[in-house]
Every structure is written in C-alpha cells, then in structure tokens.
Design a protein around this ligand. Structure first.
Ligand SMILES: Cc1cc2nc3c(=O)[nH]c(=O)nc-3n(C[C@H](O)[C@H](O)[C@H](O)COP(=O)(O)O)c2cc1C
Length: 116
C-alpha cells in the first residue's frame, strides 16, 4: 500500500509559531496525489507484488491514473469528506473508461504507463 500522509507544516504568521501543537502534521488529499502516483509507479517497476494506490484519490480520473501507474486497487480516504457517493462515482467512471477504451477489467490497465 502506498502512500500514507506526507509530513507537513503550517505556520501562523501572526503568532509566528506552528499552527499544530505537534508542530508537524500529516498532509492528505489532492496535494499529495502526484507524490503517490510517483511512488506507485516506482514500486510497480521495482516489485512484482499487488499495490494498493492511496493518497489524494478523489475522482475516477485519479483512480484510472493510479491503475495506470501500477495500482491493482485503490483506497479513498480524505475525499470521503464530500460524502460516500464518491465510491460510486469513482467506480462508475472507471467502468466507463474501461468500456470506452475496450478493456474488460481493471487488471488490463494496471501498470500500462510504465510499459516500454
Ligand atoms: C483522519 C485520518 C486518519 C488516518 N488514520 C490512519 C491510521 O490510523 N493509520 C494509517 O496507517 N493511516 C492513517 N491515515 C492515512 C490514510 O490511510 C491515507 O494513507 C492518507 O490519508 C492518504 O490518503 P487520502 O489522501 O485518500 O486520505 C489517516 C488519514 C486521515 C486523513
């Protein structure tokens, strides 16, 4: 499974101190998506194991991108703040994409972006 949150920080310019009591926090959601894609892509190239793609997935396009990078499955966390309908929208979008491109299953597109 890749990736977890990315260590990040916010500073209050008026207090001139870190906003979080712990100073650092875990950044999640769309800002970390390109980092997650790069990690999944690299892992898929280096390892012959199924990968669950996590980190900033919010749309069906993101899910397709994760699969193309090498993820066999997708995890969605932060995007659920918009509601549980996200699961259905992502599932439908990926299914439509597969159909339009002439594929029958998700595994047909896993890792395609890394092919020689
Ligand atoms: C509120 C919250 C709680 C989380 N709790 C855990 C946890 O207990 N263990 C863990 O390994 N990752 C935890 N994560 C990280 C998520 O599993 C996930 O790796 C990360 O949020 C990136 O995915 P996302 O952008 O879809 O949220 C948590 C993330 C959030 C936002």
């Amino acid at each position: 499974m890749a990736i977890n949150t990315v260590r990040a920080m916010k500073i209050d310019i008026h207090q001139q101190r870190p906003v979080l009591g712990n100073k650092l926090g875990g950044l999640s959601g769309p800002p970390i998506f390109p980092i997650a894609i790069r990690c999944v892509y690299d892992l898929h190239k280096a390892l012959d194991v199924p990968i669950i793609g996590v980190g900033g997935v919010a749309t069906w396009e993101d899910a397709v991108e994760m699969h193309l990078a090498g993820a066999s499955a997708i995890q969605i966390g932060t995007a659920l703040l918009d509601g549980m309908h996200v699961f259905e929208k992502v599932k439908e979008g990926v299914q439509n994409y597969l159909q339009e491109k002439g594929y029958s299953k998700v595994s047909d597109i896993v890792g395609l972006a890394g092919r020689e």
